[in-house]
Design a protein around this ligand. Structure first.
Ligand code: CP
Length: 320
C-alpha cells in the first residue's frame, strides 16, 4: 500500500477487519517489519489521539518515529506556487518535502482544511504534494477532506459492538461554536457506505456533505425520524461544505441547540451506542449524561485508533 486516504486503499474490508482483530491480539508480533525503519509524522495542526496512537502503533511494529510539528520549531513553510517569498515563510514545501523524505521510510501527515477556498481544500493540494514529491508512502492523519484512520477505528468499533448483522448507523450533525472541517464526517460516510450497515445522515439544511462521500446513504433532515431504530449514533459538527451554496463554504450556518445529542433524542433509538471521534465539546455536541453513560463508546473508539494505525502502517511496511 503506497497511499492511505480512502477506504478503497485498504482493499477488502472484511479482510482488513480480520487483520485488525489479529493485530489487536498480537500487537507486538510484527516487529520484524519495522526494524531499522523510520516513520515521520508531520503535523500542521494539533492532535492528541492521532499523535499518540499512531506513534504507539509504529513502536509496536518496531519502528523509529520522528514527530515534526511544522508550526513549532520548523521553518514556516510556503505552500503556494508562484509566490515571491518576501514574507515570514522561509522555506518552500517543494524543497522541504523531498528533504523530509530523505530521513524516513514512511510519512504520516496531518494538514487540515483552511475552510476559505473549497477548490484548494477539496483538491487536497497540500497532501498531494507529499505524495508527488516525497518519494515515500504517505498516509493521512487527517487531511483537508478525509480522516481515514479515524473512520477505520470507527468501523472496528462498530463491528465489535454491533447487536445485529446489519446495524442502523446514524451520522448526526451537532452544534459547535467554531467552524470545523468536514474530514471526519466525509470519511465516516465513505467507510460506512463500504461497510455492511444501513447509513442515515442527518443535519440541518445547508450542511449537505459532498455527494462523493454520502454515496447511497439516506439523508434525513428530520433528526427525530433519523434516530428511530438506530443502533449507533455518531455525532460530529462540521461547517458548511458549500455543496448547495459554494459561497457559504466553511461557515457556521446555525448553532441550534436542538441538535445537541441528549437523553431525549437517544431515547428514540434502539438503545443505541453513542460515538464521537473526540475531542468533543460537552453541552454543545452532546450532554454529559449521554457521553458519560454506559452506552457511550468514545473511549474504546479512541483505543481502536492504535489498531487502525497499526494495520495501515503494517501494510505499508509489507510493500516497502
Ligand atoms: N480524533 C482525532 O483525530 O483526535 P486528535 O485530533 O486529538 O488527533
Amino acid at each position: 500500500m503506497k497511499t492511505f486516504f480512502n477506504v478503497e486503499d485498504l482493499g477488502d474490508l472484511a479482510q482488513a477487519l480480520q487483520e485488525a482483530r489479529e493485530v489487536e491480539k498480537n500487537r507486538y508480533g510484527f516487529q520484524h517489519l519495522g526494524r531499522n525503519k523510520t516513520l515521520l509524522m508531520i503535523f500542521f495542526n494539533n492532535s492528541l489521539r492521532t499523535r499518540l496512537s499512531t506513534q504507539k502503533a509504529a513502536m509496536n511494529l518496531g519502528m523509529n518515529v520522528i514527530v515534526l510539528d511544522v508550526n513549532a520549531g520548523a521553518w514556516k513553510l510556503e505552500t503556494e506556487r508562484g509566490v515571491i517569498m518576501n514574507g515570514d515563510k522561509s522555506e518552500h514545501l517543494l524543497e522541504a518535502i523531498p528533504v523530509m523524505g530523505c530521513y524516513c521510510d514512511l510519512i504520516g501527515i496531518r494538514s487540515f482544511a483552511g475552510l476559505t477556498d473549497r477548490e484548494f481544500d477539496y483538491a487536497e493540494t497540500i497532501v498531494n504534494q507529499f505524495v508527488e514529491h516525497s518519494g515515500r508512502p504517505v498516509f493521512a492523519m487527517e487531511t483537508a477532506t478525509v480522516h481515514p484512520l479515524q473512520a477505520f477505528a470507527d468501523l472496528i468499533t462498530i463491528d465489535a459492538y454491533k447487536p445485529c448483522r446489519h446495524p442502523k448507523v446514524v451520522l448526526t450533525w451537532a452544534p459547535h461554536c467554531r467552524a470545523l472541517p468536514q474530514a471526519v464526517p466525509n470519511s465516516f460516510a465513505q467507510w460506512m457506505n463500504a461497510a455492511d450497515v444501513e447509513l442515515v445522515v442527518t443535519h440541518p439544511q445547508g450542511y449537505e456533505l459532498d455527494p462523493k462521500f454520502v454515496g447511497n446513504a439516506t439523508v434525513e433532515y428530520d433528526r427525530r425520524k433519523a434516530f428511530v431504530g438506530a443502533h449507533f449514533i455518531y455525532a460530529k459538527n462540521w461547517s458548511c461544505p458549500g455543496v448547495t451554496r459554494p459561497a457559504d463554504y466553511g461557515k457556521i450556518l446555525t448553532e441550534d441547540a436542538a441538535w445537541t445529542v441528549d437523553s431525549a433524542s437517544m431515547a428514540l433509538t434502539e438503545n443505541a451506542r453513542f460515538m464521537h471521534c473526540l475531542p468533543v465539546r460537552h453541552g454543545l455536541v452532546v450532554t454529559d449524561e449521554v457521553i458519560e453513560s454506559p452506552r457511550s463508546l468514545v473511549i474504546p473508539e479512541a483505543a481502536n485508533r492504535e489498531i487502525s494505525a497499526e494495520v495501515v502502517i503494517k501494510r505499508m511496511l509489507e510493500t516497502l
